[in-house]
Design a protein around this ligand. Structure first.
Ligand code: FES
Length: 447
C-alpha cells in the first residue's frame, strides 16, 4: 500500500504527515502530545480518545477554531494552530495560572472592592474560552430531505450488522457514519465472528459488511427530534445538514471511554485502552515506548498483547498512586516506587453514548454490567418507543461479537423478521452465559 506523504504546518513549523490521517494522529506521531490547553487553568491537554469524545485535540485549522483534530483528515499545506496558549500551547505563558490558583479558591478572591473584581473578571474573560473568531465564514449548503424505510445511525459493528440484516430481508435502508464504516472493527486485528457473514480480521470484516455509496451518508447524526434525524455531512461545497424521515430508526452510535479515577489522569500521553488500540492498529502509530498499562481488563489486555506483538515494551501496573509528568506523562508512582513510561494506558470501561437515545425518548437506567446508564431495550433491540430500536455499544453490548449479534437482531426486528434467538434469550431464565446477558434480562424486566 503506497501512502502519500504530505506537509502540514503546526504553529508555523512544517511537519511530515500521511494524507488523510487525522491531524491529532499526525501530530502525536511527531511526538506532539500537548495539542491544546484547558480553558480555565491552562493545563496541558492532548488527545485521549481519538473518537471525538474529549476536548484534548481541539485546534484551529486554516482559520477555523474548535476543530477536533482526531476527526479531521490531514491535507497537504494545512495550517494548524494550537488555539489556546500564548504564544502556543507548548510554551503558554499563562500556564502559571494553574500554579497561582492551586492553593486558594479563586471564586472568593478578588471580589472586593468592586474595581478589583471588574478588572479581574475582564482579564479572566479574555484569557478563558475556546480560541478566537474564525477568519473566514464557514460555508453551508442546504441538505436533502430523505424518506427511507429503515435508518441506521452509526456504522460500527452493530450498525453494519443491522444494515446487512435489513439488506438480507430486502428492506429499504440508509446508514450514516462520519468516521469510515467499521467502528471498533477497524482497530481489531483478530478475527471477529459475524455469524452468517463469517469470521474475519476486524478491518476485512468491516470491508465485507460496508454499505454501497447509494445506501450510506458519510456524515454524523447530530440530533433526533420527533421521528426525524439530522445528519451533518461535509461536501465539496461546504457543510450540509440532511433531514432523514424513516419508518423505523436503529440507533447504534456507540460508547465513550471512561476516564481513570487517578491523580494525573488528564496529562497528555494518558490514553484509554481503546484510544491506544486505534492509534496502534488503525494508524500504525505506537502510543509510546516503554508503555504502562494500568490495571488492564478486556480492552487493556488486548492492547497489551498487541503492543508486545509490535515489539513495544509494556509494563503492567495493577496499583498506582498517581500519574506523573509535566506537562506530558513520565510514568506512574506506585506503592513500590516509580515506574517510567512515555504513555500510560488506562482501562476503565465504556459508557453507552446517550445523546441520540435520549433525544429519541428512550428511558435510561443504571446497569453496571452494561457500562452504567443504559437504555431500556429488549434483546431484539426494541425499546419502549415505537419504531425506535437501539443496538451495540450504545445499548451496552461492547465486544465486537456482542455488538454484531445485537445489531443483527435489531436489523431483523426492524425489517419485520424478528429473530427467534432473541426471544429465547429473553425466555431462558437462569441460562445466561455471562454478566452482560444477565444484565440485559434485568434491564428489560424493569421496562
Ligand atoms: S476528541 Fe479527539 S482525541 Fe478525544
Amino acid at each position: 500500500m503506497t501512502e502519500e506523504r504530505i506537509t502540514i504546518h503546526w504553529d508555523g513549523e512544517p511537519l511530515p504527515a500521511r494524507q488523510g490521517d487525522p491531524i491529532a494522529v499526525a501530530l502525536y506521531r511527531q511526538g506532539i502530545k500537548v495539542q491544546t490547553r484547558s480553558i480555565k487553568y491552562h493545563r496541558a491537554r492532548g488527545p485521549q480518545c481519538f473518537t471525538g469524545d474529549c476536548p484534548g485535540c481541539m485546534v484551529r485549522i486554516d482559520g477555523i477554531p474548535n476543530v477536533r483534530g482526531c476527526q479531521t483528515g490531514a491535507q497537504d499545506g494545512m495550517r494548524i494552530e494550537s488555539q489556546i496558549g500564548t504564544p502556543t500551547a507548548k510554551n503558554d505563558i499563562f500556564r502559571i495560572v494553574d500554579r497561582l490558583f492551586e492553593h486558594f479558591d479563586h471564586e472568593r478572591r478578588f471580589v472586593r472592592p468592586r474595581i478589583v473584581r471588574e478588572t479581574y473578571q475582564a482579564i479572566a474573560r479574555r484569557m478563558a474560552g475556546f480560541g478566537t473568531q474564525p477568519t473566514d465564514s464557514i460555508t453551508t449548503t442546504s441538505g436533502e430531505q430523505i424518506e427511507t424505510g429503515i435508518f441506521i445511525a452509526g456504522g460500527g459493528p452493530a450498525g453494519l450488522a443491522a444494515y446487512n440484516a435489513v439488506r438480507d430481508a430486502n428492506a429499504n435502508v440508509l446508514i450514516a457514519d462520519a468516521d469510515g464504516f467499521g467502528g471498533q472493527l477497524l482497530h481489531t486485528p483478530r478475527s471477529v465472528d459475524a455469524g452468517p457473514h463469517g469470521e474475519h480480521p476486524g478491518p476485512r470484516l468491516a470491508q465485507n459488511l460496508a454499505p454501497p455509496e447509494r445506501e450510506r451518508i458519510d456524515g454524523t447524526v447530530v440530533g433526533i427530534w420527533d421521528d426525524i434525524a439530522a445528519v451533518l455531512e461535509e461536501t465539496p461545497d461546504g457543510w450540509a445538514i440532511h433531514t432523514i424521515k424513516p419508518d423505523t430508526m436503529i440507533i447504534a452510535n456507540g460508547a465513550s471511554e471512561n476516564p481513570a479515577m487517578i491523580d494525573g489522569n488528564d496529562r497528555p500521553g494518558v490514553l484509554g485502552a481503546r484510544a491506544a488500540r486505534i492509534l496502534l492498529n488503525r494508524y500504525r502509530t505506537p502510543p509510546g515506548d516503554p508503555l504502562i498499562v494500568l490495571d488492564p481488563y478486556r480492552e487493556g489486555q488486548a492492547f497489551a498483547q498487541e503492543a508486545q506483538d509490535h515489539g513495544l515494551t509494556v509494563r503492567i501496573v495493577d496499583e498506582a498512586i498517581r500519574i506523573t509528568g509535566d506537562p506530558a506523562v513520565t510514568g506512574v508512582d506506585t506503592p513500590n516506587g516509580h515506574v517510567q513510561a512515555t504513555a500510560v494506558i488506562t482501562d476503565s470501561g465504556l459508557t453507552p453514548s446517550p445523546e441520540l437515545g435520549r433525544q429519541a425518548g428512550i428511558p435510561y437506567t443504571y446497569e453496571e454490567a452494561l457500562g452504567g446508564r443504559t437504555p431500556l431495550h429488549r434483546p431484539d433491540g426494541s425499546t419502549p418507543i415505537p419504531r425506535v430500536l437501539i443496538a451495540g455499544s450504545a445499548a451496552g453490548h461492547h465486544t465486537p461479537e456482542a455488538a454484531i449479534r445485537s445489531g443483527r437482531w435489531a436489523g431483523q426486528t426492524a425489517a419485520g423478521t424478528p429473530p427467534k434467538a432473541a426471544a429465547q434469550t429473553l425466555l431462558s431464565e437462569g441460562r445466561f452465559e455471562d454478566d452482560e446477558e444477565g444484565a440485559l434480562r434485568r434491564v428489560w424486566r424493569t421496562a
